[in-house]
Design a protein around this ligand. Structure first.
Ligand SMILES: Cc1cc2nc3c(=O)[nH]c(=O)nc-3n(C[C@H](O)[C@H](O)[C@H](O)COP(=O)(O)OP(=O)(O)OC[C@H]3O[C@@H](n4cnc5c(N)ncnc54)[C@H](O)[C@@H]3O)c2cc1C
Length: 289
């Protein structure tokens, strides 16, 4: 099916994009990689009056580090993240998630900002960035605001973004040198969305876990931050028992439903096993850092 008619704009500056978005309000949609939006247009699930293509805005795809943050431009492609050295080491949770998103064609076009705004509970960036306590930097008619990712996802395909607002970048706080992470994803075949996936991050403090981040993909109405599991590890020695207990709490936080990918019990058990494995991998990598 062809999409219904819409006006097409290709601004070259953020101000220009915001002014067009302001004119159309919730009648306009931002076009980034188009990997989620174009299918929705073709199926006529959404029929915006205008598309604001942000691909010509310079610098919106920049990935950089400084002032205690890793900054990922909203337009950074999954593929660029997969290749970036900056998303390794202490930001390894992100570097591990990137190559597990779909296939190379989708990764060449799809963007981090588009993935977060699409807010698919099976989106991989949501969990990887939640585990790392990321914040979304949004700009709109009333200026700029920062939204912790934990508050950004409000339901399946729903976010805290207001009409007229654009995601400009995503900030990830520097977790410190002695830290690392992992992203474990179970998919039915290469390129599929997750049956279940787990993002973990640990920052060591004198051999103990100073801070842990754990988030779940595909087992609820949004990506889920497993806060009880995270809290159970804060200040703890990374023993087998502590890791097993955190994995149990992560599985408890999951809210899976049965579907073609598996039963609810199966998915919950995948979360438990992946959390345990991910934490072990992350602790080992952080020790070696
Ligand atoms: C076959 C296939 C398989 C896939 N598999 C996976 C997978 O395994 N894991 C996974 O995580 N994802 C998967 N995806 C989704 C993919 O990651 C998309 O890239 C992503 O969901 C959307 O990014 P995009 O840049 O294409 O956004 P678009 O499709 O351009 O936009 C998506 C939504 O976000 C809005 N938007 C985009 N950018 C901004 C911005 N900067 N500010 C405000 N609003 C914005 C748009 O208006 C739209 O509502 C898959 C997609 C396809 C087609």
């Amino acid at each position: 099916m062809y999409p219904p008619r819409f006006e097409y704009y290709a601004p070259t500056t953020l101000d220009e994009a915001l002014s067009i978005l302001g004119r159309y309000g919730d009648e306009a949609k931002v076009l980034a990689g188009g990997q989620s939006l174009i299918p929705l247009l073709k199926l006529r699930i959404t029929s915006p009056g205008a598309l604001v293509d942000i691909n010509r805005i310079e610098g919106l795809d920049r990935i950089s580090e400084g002032d205690g943050f890793l900054s990922i431009g909203a337009l950074a492609r999954h593929k660029a993240c997969e290749r970036s050295e900056l998303l390794q080491g202490r930001y390894r949770t992100l570097g591990a998630a990137a190559p597990q998103i779909s296939d190379p064609i989708v990764r060449n076009l799809g963007t981090v900002g588009g993935s977060l705004v699409h807010a698919d509970p099976q989106g991989d960036w949501g969990s990887a960035l939640l585990a790392m306590n990321a914040e979304v930097l949004a700009r709109g008619p009333d200026g700029e605001r920062t939204i912790p990712l934990a508050d950004f996802f409000q339901g399946p395909f729903m976010t805290a973004l207001k009409p007229g607002e654009l995601v400009v970048s995503i900030s990830v706080p520097d977790p410190g040198a002695r830290s690392s992470g992992a992203y474990l994803k179970l998919e039915r075949k290469v390129g599929d969305f997750a049956t279940a996936a787990v993002a973990v991050h640990v920052a060591l403090d004198n051999g103990n876990i100073g801070k842990a981040g754990i988030a779940l993909t595909g087992v609820g109405g949004t990506n889920i931050k497993a806060t009880a599991a995270e809290d159970s590890l804060a200040g703890a020695e990374p023993t087998d028992d502590a890791i097993a207990e955190a994995a149990r709490l992560a599985a408890e936080a999951a809210e899976p439903i049965a579907d073609v990918r598996g039963s609810a019990d199966y998915k919950r058990n995948v979360v438990r096993v992946f959390t345990e494995r991910g934490l072990r991998t992350a602790v080992e990598a952080a020790r070696a850092a």
